[in-house]
Design a protein around this ligand. Structure first.
Ligand SMILES: NC(=O)c1ccc[n+]([C@@H]2O[C@H](COP(=O)([O-])OP(=O)(O)OC[C@H]3O[C@@H](n4cnc5c(N)ncnc54)[C@H](OP(=O)(O)O)[C@@H]3O)[C@@H](O)[C@H]2O)c1
Length: 212
């Protein structure tokens, strides 16, 4: 697949390298391509472009920007370039405030998630929440003593979720589909839970597993 990754931070670069390593063609989109000059030398097969160029390039899009900037980044990518495409939403609506006893703040409420807001503005985009509930270093080919971790996903489009669940399978995850976009109200806060052992005990290597 051609994958357009919107975002040049830890998540964007790790997922871009992961998609490339798993045989996909990748373009990373950023406002400032020059900031990736060193990274690009080590990842020579990955193309670098603007948000709009990466969105146009991708059959599958990954949204990996600062949560508060997600609408702005999608507008820069343009509705036309995103129209009808599956978009993996890896973002979290974290505020800039310091955590309180290890708990980060959100600028959304439990009545409306960030992904629902994005879905409302970009109505024909096929958003799938995924990769938001684990640290970037564990996203691709995770190895845990406890076995294969679970990625919780949700979204309104079944075909888009199948594409994402195939990617997760390729990256070494099992998928738990939690249903429609409203389930992002529960999946986004998993990032708060995931981060607590990090802030309290400097433990940043773990993932969730759904036992049945
Ligand atoms: N770090 C993790 O382990 C982790 C794990 C799960 C989920 N997440 C979520 O994944 C997302 C990315 O996290 P990150 O740690 O990789 O990096 P980040 O620092 O949260 O985001 C960096 C990206 O945000 C873009 N950005 C910032 N302000 C912008 C604006 N005003 N307009 C457009 N774009 C803007 C930057 O654009 P430029 O490229 O132009 O600089 C850059 O691509 C976040 O929503 C985060 O909550 C992070």
């Amino acid at each position: 697949m051609n994958v357009g990754v919107l975002g040049s931070g830890e998540v964007g670069t790790i997922l871009a390298a992961g998609f490339q390593a798993h045989g996909h063609n990748v373009m990373v989109g950023t406002r400032t391509p020059a900031k990736l000059n060193d990274w690009a030398k080590q990842n020579a097969k990955v193309q670098i472009g603007t948000f709009a160029e990466a969105a146009q390039f991708g059959e599958l899009i990954v949204l990996a920007v600062k949560g508060s900037a997600a609408p702005e980044a999608l507008r820069a990518a343009t509705a036309k370039n995103l129209s009808g495409k599956p978009v993996i939403d890896a973002t979290n609506p974290i505020t800039d405030a310091a955590p309180t006893n290890g708990v980060l703040g959100f600028f959304t409420s439990l009545e409306q998630s960030s992904m629902e807001r994005l879905q409302r503005e970009f109505a024909d985009v096929r958003f799938v929440k995924a990769f938001n509930s684990v640290g970037s270093t564990c996203m691709v080919n995770p190895k845990f003593k406890g076995g294969k971790p679970t990625m919780f996903i949700c979204g309104n489009d079944e075909a888009a979720k199948k594409i994402v669940s195939d990617v997760l399978d390729q990256f070494g995850w099992e998928t738990a589909d939690m249903g429609k976009a409203e389930a992002a109200r529960a999946i986004e806060p998993l990032c708060l839970l995931w981060c607590i052992p990090g802030f309290l005990h400097d433990d940043w290597v773990h993932a969730f597993k759904l036992l049945t």
